[in-house]
Design a protein around this ligand. Structure first.
Ligand code: BYC
Length: 317
């Protein structure tokens, strides 16, 4: 089959490990894949504000409240960079928002689990942001320019998030027996869902091969999941926390030699909308969207006023 000059140029850019920019020609499937992944990623950041926002009013000290508020605001910022990156591919913000509110768009499975104790703030920072960093650092080199550049800033902020989670757990582990128990219980609940963040096993990941060929993904789901576990083991030791996998063993190089099977039925149930908090998360987002209608209307009215004032001054000139 003849290759068009545009396709040839695209293939050369990818082969040279260079970047595709918004004005460049790109295959429709590449554009669709990016819109899918970037919009899902943006939705994850926005829905991901909820489990932690749940504790802002109940944070145990003013310092913890200030840190948690800053972190949740960072997640909102990440969502906005990512929606902007997706918009450069020709989809509107309204279309993405409508899909999320209609329950048609995916977002990360992890945000469908509840946060019943303060230790969950530690476990989310340590495990969820830790998994996010492992997954996202390679995305800084994604072949699509706006996505890669957004990821650079996001990863810097995620590092702070991960450390604040670790520090919450460390403080609890240095506390009373009840605090230690609370920290261990939170890690027991978040460990397996955090491993599911990396997606299905490689044999069952329909999008991986093509996304890797296009230099969007740099490593497979299982490679990144193992790397994450390898990072956690010494950190868990430092905390005095037990990772809830009795079968987990590392080889002498610190690489995963064996771990228990992940409960993929649970993963698919959460993706199908049947996780513990799926309905609550979407309902809450819809309510927040409705409650924010006046802000959108005010911004639109102000923009219209400015535009008409500009028009009037151009006529006068
Ligand atoms: N949850 O072929 P696969 C954060 C879907 S937020 C839900 O392997 P792919 C934070 C997948 O979409 C950071 N769905 O797909 C925020 C696909 O479905 P469709 C969130 C999942 O795309 C607040 C199907 O399963 N991070 O850090 O090659 C507070 C088959 O999978 C999941 C990102 O969004 C899942 N866990 O690889 C704290 C990272 N896994 O679309 C922290 C960006 C898979 O074909 N995304 N699916 O219907 C990625 O890196 C990739 O999209 C994935 C999946 C590794 C997640």
């Amino acid at each position: 089959m003849d290759v068009t000059p545009e396709q040839r140029h695209f293939d050369e850019v990818i082969a040279a490990d260079s970047r595709i920019e918004p004005r460049d020609w790109m295959p429709e499937a590449y554009r669709k894949t990016l819109i899918r992944q970037i919009s899902q990623h943006a939705h994850s950041e926005i829905i991901g504000m909820q489990p932690e926002a749940n504790w802002i009013t109940r944070a145990p000290s003013l310092k913890r409240k200030a840190i948690l508020m800053a972190k949740v605001q960072d997640e909102a910022g990440h969502g906005l960079y990512l929606y902007s990156a997706a918009q450069t591919l020709g989809i509107t913000r309204d279309a993405m928002t409508d899909a999320l509110l209609a329950g048609k768009a995916r977002y990360s499975s992890i945000f469908n689990y509840p946060t019943p104790t303060w230790a969950d703030m530690g476990a989310i920072g340590w495990l969820v942001d830790g998994a996010a960093i492992c997954n996202q650092v390679p995305l800084c080199r994604a072949s699509y320019g706006p996505y890669g550049r957004a990821m650079v800033r996001i990863c810097k902020e995620e590092s702070f998030h991960q450390r604040q989670g670790f520090e919450i757990l460390l403080e609890l582990m240095n506390g009373t027996p009840a605090q230690r128990e609370m920290a261990q219980d939170a890690v027991d609940r978040w460990y397996w869902p955090s491993l599911m963040m990396f997606g299905p096993p490689d044999d069952d990941s329909p999008n991986s091969a093509q996304s890797m060929a296009w230099n969007i993904k740099r490593f497979s789901n299982d490679e990144l999941r193992n790397r994450f576990v390898e990072m956690l083991v010494p950190q868990a030791e430092a905390l005095g926390i037990v990772l809830p996998d009795p079968e987990l063993t590392l080889d002498t190089d610190g690489k995963v030699a064996h771990m228990s099977e992940i409960d993929w039925t649970e993963f698919h149930e959460v993706l199908a909308g049947n996780g513990p908090c799926n309905a609550q998360r979407i309902q809450h987002r819809r309510q927040a969207h409705e409650d924010g209608a006046w802000v959108r209307e005010a911004a639109a009215a102000y923009a219209a006023k400015r535009a008409s004032a500009r028009g009037a001054s151009e006529v006068a000139a």
